[in-house]
Design a protein around this ligand. Structure first.
Ligand code: FMN
Length: 351
């Protein structure tokens, strides 16, 4: 089976699947549980100088993903340092302590979190411009690697990533949840959550997360924890191809349970084998450049089940039947994406 091992700024991981910061790493016991369930490393819930109070309710599973208005950890930093981090480390977990969201939080807590056993720190901010200096503060305070968590809600993802690396970030985590976002409770005519501004994560944000990872990978030379919308082995491998050395998950295990880590780890191994890839390390950044224009539709009559999905979905009415395409076809590819049997595809045009 494919070699799943990866490394992240000096941390050696048995496989790339990391539990991202959130409710499943809310305390030491939770981190130990995630470790036992097979997460290769665990990022703590963000630790701040003051324990947070989140609105009620503050998490909802909705179509397309998860909406949350959860703030940082509701435990005090003292509790993290004295109880939760030592407990997490005793379990054998690789623990990345998330710290933020302000420069003062990093300044006052970074060293104590390192002393309490954190294997790395992850610095996180709501304010894009503040992140590089928060990285600098952390790098000056500790010897363990410092990760910078990028927030794709800002304007300059790549510039921020570069500035963080210049200030000593050993790895980039991309991305945080997106927003602000809102869903409305029809019966109560109120925001679905206890705050009108919430954050959005899960499967719907995967394309934006992949794009962020890909452009950051092209711009900086440090490893990336590709995070956002990953919930199965294929999405995790997409992250690797886009440039991630490890893959963060929060919403998917939140909704479907910690058992996802071992299932996905095994499925990744099998999928990489089928793709002919011997090792995760060889898959990082393996995506080729943009698709050339010289491609034509391919139709495999033997694979077609005659369901008609390709005919019904064509916006240009360019398809009479699966194998009859009219000149109105613009090669948009929507039909290919809905074929349940892989009977439609692309092949390089000779001309
Ligand atoms: C309920 C919830 C709480 C979160 N809390 C934090 C947090 O405290 N610190 C942080 O850096 N990210 C936090 N995140 C963001 C996740 O770590 C992750 O970056 C984001 O959700 C995208 O990944 P996903 O689609 O796998 O959830 C939270 C996400 C959710 C859903």
């Amino acid at each position: 089976m494919a070699d799943l091992r990866t490394s992240l700024a000096g941390l050696s991981l048995e496989h790339p699947l990391v539990l991202a910061s959130g409710p499943l790493s809310w305390d030491g016991e939770a981190i130990a549980r995630a470790h036992r369930a097979g997460a290769a490393a665990i990022v703590t819930k963000t630790i701040s100088r003051t324990a947070a109070r989140s609105p009620r309710p503050h998490i909802a599973s909705v179509p397309g993903g998860v909406l949350n208005a959860e703030r940082w950890s509701d435990l005090s930093p003292r509790q993290w340092v004295e109880r939760e981090l030592p407990l997490a480390k005793d379990s054998g977990a690789t623990v990345i302590a998330s710290v933020g969201p302000t420069p003062d939080d990093v300044d006052s807590l970074a060293r104590a979190l390192e002393r309490a056993g954190a294997d790395a720190l992850e610095v996180v901010s709501y304010v894009e411009a503040a992140l590089p200096d928060m990285v600098r503060l952390a790098v000056e305070a500790v010897d363990v690697p410092v990760f910078a968590k990028l927030n794709a809600n800002g304007r300059d993802l790549v510039g921020t990533a570069r500035a963080c690396v210049v200030r000593g970030a050993a790895a980039i985590t991309a991305i945080d949840s997106l927003g602000p976002a809102l869903r409305v409770d029809l019966e109560r005519r109120r925001p679905l959550l206890g705050a009108a501004s919430a954050w959005w994560s899960g499967p719907a944000i995967l394309p934006q997360a992949l794009h962020a990872v890909s452009v950051v990978h092209d711009a900086v030379g440090v490893p990336i924890v590709g995070t956002g919308g990953v919930g199965d082995a294929d999405a995790a491998i997409e992250m690797l191809f886009a440039g991630a050395s490890a893959v963060g998950l929060c919403s998917a295990p939140l909704v479907s349970g910690l058992g996802l880590f071992s299932r996905m780890r095994d499925a990744m191994g099998e999928r990489l084998d089928r793709l002919g890839i011997a090792a995760v390390r060889g898959a990082v950044g393996a995506m080729a450049g943009e698709v050339e224009t010289g491609f034509i539709l391919r139709f495999d009559a033997g694979a077609c089940a005659g369901c008609g999905a390709c005919v019904r979905i064509c916006p240009y009415r360019a398809r009479r039947s699966p194998d009859a395409v009219l000149t109105a076809c613009r090669g948009c590819g929507l039909c290919v994406s809905v074929c349940p049997r892989g009977a439609l595809g692309w092949e390089r045009s000779e001309t």
